[in-house]
Design a protein around this ligand. Structure first.
Ligand code: NAD
Ligand code: 89V
Length: 343
């Protein structure tokens, strides 16, 4: 395959991981970078040897011939940038959270569909190798039909030092982190028909909620609990591990802290270590997330080559995003929320 030429927009905290991953991927290269902050532009441009640099995305699109653009800015700029990419006919990856509201997200999906350009949301948590290992066990039929799931992320890790904006938004844990955990629940147990949610703010120094508990009915018949907290101080900090319990008609799956996978099923009990690889540029404890960045970006390149729709396409992500909106609405009303009504 001839190499794809891409551009990165947004050279902040997380984009550095995306740039490392692009360097590891054959068949694609970042040939231009853009950030409205000249200092960030210089840091990332220098670190990765990219000399074509822009402080204005409109100038980038006007000047470059691109096979794709990778948008790694924060949520407020996602809609204008995705629509700009669509207007230029450039396939686009957009970081999560995809948009500020579901209405914006729907408009972005429509803009790309109307322009005929592929759109993938950088929803990378389902690409973590331990999560893929759980999905592989489910697909093998070893535990039969799942009827219960608990997908849990509870931590006391200081995410605010690396991402200060997380402390200031009215919405916090569901929009930023819960969105990943809700997506994992969909990935493992299928689409959701209704949910009930409760939230709390424990840390007085932040504006949004830092605890969320969500009970979901899946269309396929399973029930799940998604629980997230950044107010949970534990003896051994699990950040950024997602812990999973699945009960099926023929057995159980447990993904426990330390990436320990226990499967009890038709052929007995098996315990394995499903730790992610520590890539040469990665650092603990982020290596789990960093490995998934490489995996999702490889998937994008494969999809562009084959014409296949990405697993976390814009259209797919509307179904995850609807769960975020529903969780906030349900926490406010204390009533169950029907998901189809939002889509
Ligand atoms: P950041 O604030 O460190 O970086 C964002 C960068 O985008 C900044 O340098 C800013 O100047 C630039 N920017 C903003 N608007 C722009 C515009 N219109 N044109 C050009 N540049 C613009 O933020 P971050 O922590 O790197 O987060 C970026 C995104 O990545 C967020 O949406 C966040 O939720 C997401 N994120 C995802 C993961 C994950 O695992 N998927 C992890 C962390 C962050
Ligand atoms: O993955 C993320 O979106 C990050 C973090 C893991 C810190 O929540 O913001």
């Amino acid at each position: 395959m001839a190499g794809l030429s891409g551009a990165l927009i947004g050279c902040g905290f997380f984009a550095v991981n995306q740039m490392h991953a692009w360097r590891d991927i054959e068949g694609a290269a970042i040939i231009a970078v853009c950030d409205r902050d000249p200092e960030r532009l210089k840091i990332v441009g220098d670190q990765f040897g990219v000399t074509r640099r822009y402080t204005d995305a409109a100038e980038l699109f006007a000047a470059e011939t691109l096979d794709f653009v990778d948008i790694a800015t924060t949520v407020g700029s996602h809609r204008p940038l995705v629509e700009m990419a669509a207007a230029h006919g450039v396939p686009v990856i957009c970081q999560k959270p995809f948009a500020p509201t579901l209405a914006d997200a729907k408009a972005m999906v429509k803009a790309c569909a109307d322009a005929g350009v592929p759109l993938m949301v950088h929803e990378n948590f389902r690409w973590q190798s331990p999560i893929q290992a759980v999905r592989a066990v489910l697909d093998s039929g070893e535990i039969g039909t799942p009827f219960f799931g608990r997908i849990s992320f509870r931590s006391g890790y200081d995410v605010f030092s690396g991402q200060p904006y997380l402390a200031t938004g009215k919405r916090f844990i569901i929009e930023d982190l819960g969105i990943h955990i809700l997506d994992i629940a969909r990935f493992l147990l299928g689409d959701v028909s209704s949910l009930t949610a409760r939230t709390k703010r424990i840390n007085p120094a932040i504006a949004g909620e830092d605890v969320a508990t969500i009970l979901m009915d899946h269309a396929g018949g399973a029930t799940s609990v998604v629980d997230c907290s950044y107010a949970t101080k534990l003896a051994a900090e699990p950040f950024p591990e997602t812990l999973i319990e699945l009960d099926g008609s023929d057995g159980t799956i447990r993904l426990a802290q330390g990436y320990r996978l226990t499967v009890t099923g038709k052929s007995g009990t098996r315990v394995s270590d499903v730790s992610p690889r520590l890539l040469p540029w990665a650092s603990r404890p982020w290596h789990n997330i960093q490995e998934s960045v490489l995996a999702i970006q490889r998937h994008w390149v494969d999809c562009l080559a084959s014409g296949q729709e990405p697993a976390t396409s814009g259209a797919d992500n509307l179904r995850t995003f609807a769960l975020v909106e529903a969780a906030y609405a349900g926490a406010a009303s204390r009533e169950p929320v029907q998901i189809e009504a939002l889509l």
